[in-house]
Design a protein around this ligand. Structure first.
Ligand SMILES: [Zn+2]
Ligand SMILES: [Zn+2]
Length: 378
């Protein structure tokens, strides 16, 4: 290995810049990648040499060492890196090919997943703790509940850790056998066609998920998934001030995690039923009070119902006009996160009688006469 001339292998001058080396390497990969030379037994060997040279020359430290001593330390240039050109039957290393294809505008060919699986051979443990998924459930509440906050019990169908196998997916006491799909390697290969010919794509074994072994007997309760679906009643606290479309997060009430991972979160998506008496705008609440024509003229007091229950009495002064507004401070709506409560706005509507009694007609006609004579006098 020490006698190889890496500059010669890549075909670059000794003073080539890192960019030149990278560019040259990409050209060589496009030209010599073993997957493009299926019938050439030398292709993998040639590509291995190119990779080895690039590995050293693309690394400033290794390149400096190589320039001084004509070799790099450790077990050759590939020390610490997993290359195995016979792996899976002479497939060759997919070193950066996917990225290169992308850079050349060909798009990827699914090698990323393969590469990950390939380089992950030392760490195939897919039994690592995984956080459970979040769940979203809808919840319809009244305007009163939205403004004042509430506590609700809702049914949530979610994944729970299987009580029989404690989440392992294995029938207690049965143990493991070698995966029949991949023969214990944890990977499967399939042929994919592309503009360059046929590629062998290697993916994580779908049967054992890369572990190379499967339970001898799957847990008969959960079917091997480690989780079971259950419907539970969950108490959720809805803070004051929510409105339609708001999602309230209930931490740790989502799906159970796998292999001891934490639970996901529960999101409650709020819909507020429109209220017949009140209209909400931000932190303001509107209430319409109906008064009669004489009340508007002479003044009165009215009782305004509050959303939290009870009444507030307000004075309507003489000569109040239609659409006049009166403010009851601090009895309106609320915005999530704000301590302050908005105001209740009372809007006055003066009722015009639509079906007056004969007596009323008589009096109103009398009133009209007075108005008419006032007009003539002007
Ligand atoms: Zn397998
Ligand atoms: Zn189970």
């Amino acid at each position: 290995m020490a006698n190889k001339d890496y500059y010669e292998i890549l075909g670059v001058p000794r003073d080539a810049s890192p960019d030149d080396i990278k560019k040259r390497y990409r050209e060589l990969v496009m030209k010599y990648h073993p997957d493009l030379h299926k019938n050439d037994p030398e292709a993998a060997k040639r590509m291995a040499e190119i990779n080895e040279a690039y590995e050293v020359l693309s690394n400033p430290e290794k390149r400096a060492q190589y320039d001084r001593f004509g070799a790099v330390g450790g077990q050759g240039a590939n020390a610490g890196r997993e290359y195995d050109f016979n792996f899976g039957g002479g497939m060759g290393d997919f070193f950066d090919l996917d990225e290169i294809l992308r850079n050349f505008g060909f798009g990827g060919f699914g090698f990323t997943e393969n590469r990950r699986a390939y380089h992950d051979t030392s760490n195939r443990d897919t039994n690592k703790p995984t956080r459970g998924e979040d769940i979203e459930v809808p919840l319809t509440i009244t305007l009163k509940e939205a403004i004042l906050g509430t506590t609700k019990e809702i049914s949530v169908t979610r994944k729970e850790v299987c009580p029989h196998c404690k989440g392992t997916g294995v029938e207690p006491g049965s143990g493991y056998i070698t995966c029949p799909t991949c023969g214990g390697t944890g990977v499967v290969r399939r042929v994919q066609r592309s503009v360059f010919g046929e590629f062998v794509v290697q993916t994580t074994c779908p049967t054992c998920h890369g572990t190379g072994k499967i339970p001898k007997e799957k847990c008969h309760v959960c079917g091997g998934t480690g989780v079971v679906t259950e419907t539970k009643v969950v108490e959720v606290k809805i803070p004051p001030g929510v409105d339609t479309g708001v999602r309230v997060r209930i931490k740790g009430q989502g799906n159970a995690g796998l292999h001891g991972g934490p639970r996901g979160d529960l999101y409650v998506r709020i819909t507020v039923i429109p209220d017949p008496s009140y209209k909400r705008e931000g932190d303001k609440l509107y209430y319409t009070a109906h008064i009669t024509f004489p009340e508007a003229v002479l003044g009165t007091t009215i009782k305004v119902p509050l959303i939290e229950g009870g009444f507030e009495t307000i004075r309507i002064p003489p000569g109040t006009q239609n659409d006049a507004e009166f403010v009851i401070k601090g009895k309106g709506a609320r915005v999530v996160g704000s301590r302050r409560r908005g105001d209740l706005i009372v809007k006055v509507k003066v009722n015009i009688p639509t079906n007056p009694t004969p007596e009323e007609v008589l009096l109103i006609e009398k009133l009209k006469e007075i108005y008419d004579s006032k007009k003539k006098g002007m």
